[in-house]
Design a protein around this ligand. Structure first.
Ligand code: CTP
Length: 393
């Protein structure tokens, strides 16, 4: 969303008040937002509110005498990187489908070549009406993106489908599609993430400092690249990225069982998880009571990635290495030992790389000791480079 120009079109539904939160979230995500309202929408929320939140004048009237030519409809239509119509009434959907341009918003929606995202919100009978559904199909066939409304208690007092989705999800949805490419179209990619939890007893476990941020960023970018993406994740604090199949696991043994189950059918595995090297030899069935001292016996976990490397057929394998010294030397060794197509090595002793931080500084190491070092960048940018490297492979 950073520096993207977004026009939010607000039409006359009771959910118009939620569009205030939508505009605020878009701005927090880094977008420059302008709001266009239909005349009736201004009966639900004052344009003043949207003006304050977006920091731009709000356009309503086509024929208002303009003080600044930038409020003219064509200027908006060319300024926009994307249009979001939220809430979208049956009326605006009908106008869009039939090429009607009789006010500021509908005229802009005809005049723009930017991608259009429509979030219908209305009474459930209206939403289900064949006229509305056929209009939505027409829009879909022209490449307009439609977000299904949520189900629940509607403002009109009935239970059903027609609620405007949570603005947070609308932002994720738009962001996902604006960053979409097709470099992994038709491929299936499994990404592992997070630090595994090795149980001691029913209330305790051993884990590590992995936040899961790198793996989640990779999964998002893989899905945006068009891959059918499976995210196998140990517990993290993060929201599940948009567009992935999410499989939660806890321990290394569980993670191994899940990944092995998928392995035959995937085109690539990216092992970003921090898999615990050891597990507790015997997990207690009941909570262990305190004692003056205690010792835990640990046994070695199987190396999931090495196992995948040993039985590799058509799959591409990308591993990670977190090191604090001899990063390249150890990395080259791991590429050979685990039969990898690429290793992402990072020096976790650096302040701007590794655990918990939002940036990373990594080196790609390939078989034959080919090396590509990247400068410090955000984890989402590193993820994009990894997905590009996978597509190249
Ligand atoms: N890995 C794995 N299974 C394990 C341990 C690690 O699949 N039991 C994977 C990680 O997901 C990562 C890669 O192996 O992609 C490298 O892990 P790392 O801990 O850096 O290296 P190790 O091979 O475990 O070697 P060492 O701990 O000696 O550095």
């Amino acid at each position: 969303m950073k520096d993207k120009h977004i026009v939010v079109g607000v039409t006359a539904g009771i959910a118009a008040y939620k569009a205030v939160d939508l505009v605020s979230r878009l701005r927090k995500a880094g977008a420059d937002v302008k709001v266009v309202m239909t005349k009736n929408a201004t009966k639900f929320v004052s344009p003043l509110v949207f003006g304050e939140i977006s920091k731009h004048p709000v356009a309503v009237d086509m024929f208002e005498e303009v003080h600044d030519w930038n409020v003219e409809h064509i200027a908006y239509a060319t300024w926009a990187d994307a249009y979001i119509v939220a809430p979208a009434t049956a009326n605006i959907i009908g106008k869009m489908a039939n090429g009607i341009a009789d006010d500021m918003l509908s005229t802009q929606l005809l005049a723009t070549t930017a991608p259009i995202f429509v979030c219908p919100a209305m009474n459930s009978n209206m939403y289900a009406h064949p006229a509305v559904q056929e209009n939505l199909d027409t829009l879909r066939s022209r490449g307009v993106m439609i977000m299904e409304p949520d189900s629940g208690l509607l403002a009109c007092g009935v239970e059903g489908k027609g609620r405007l989705p949570n603005p947070e999800n609308i932002v994720k949805w738009v962001d996902f599609h604006l960053g979409k490419t097709d470099i992994l179209n038709g491929k299936t990619v499994l990404v592992s993430a997070g630090g595994t939890q090795e149980p001691i007893d029913p209330v305790r476990f051993i884990t590590n400092r992995s936040s899961g941020k790198m793996g989640y960023a990779i999964a998002l970018k893989a899905a945006q690249a068009g891959a059918n993406t499976i995210l196998v994740s140990a517990p993290t604090e993060l929201d599940v990225p948009y567009g992935v199949t999410f499989v939660p696991v806890r321990s290394a043994m569980e993670m191994k069982a899940v990944i092995d189950g998928y392995y035959h059918d995937v085109d690539a595995v990216i092992m970003a998880a921090a898999v615990a090297d050891y597990r507790v030899a015997e997990t207690a069935d009941n909570k262990i009571k305190k004692q003056d001292s205690m010792a835990l016996e640990l046994v070695k976990n199987p190396d999931i990635l090495a196992g995948l490397g040993a039985s590799k057929a058509h799959q591409k394998l990308i591993g990670f290495a977190a090191e604090t010294q001899y990063v390249i030397e150890y990395g080259k060794e791991k590429v050979r030992k685990k039969n990898l197509d690429m290793l992402v090595a990072n020096d976790v002793s650096k302040a701007n790389a590794g655990f918990d931080v939002d940036t990373n500084e990594v080196t790609f190491i390939y078989p034959g000791d080919q090396i590509v070092s990247l400068p410090t960048m955000s984890k989402i940018d590193v993820a994009e480079r990894i997905i590009q490297a996978l597509a190249d492979l």
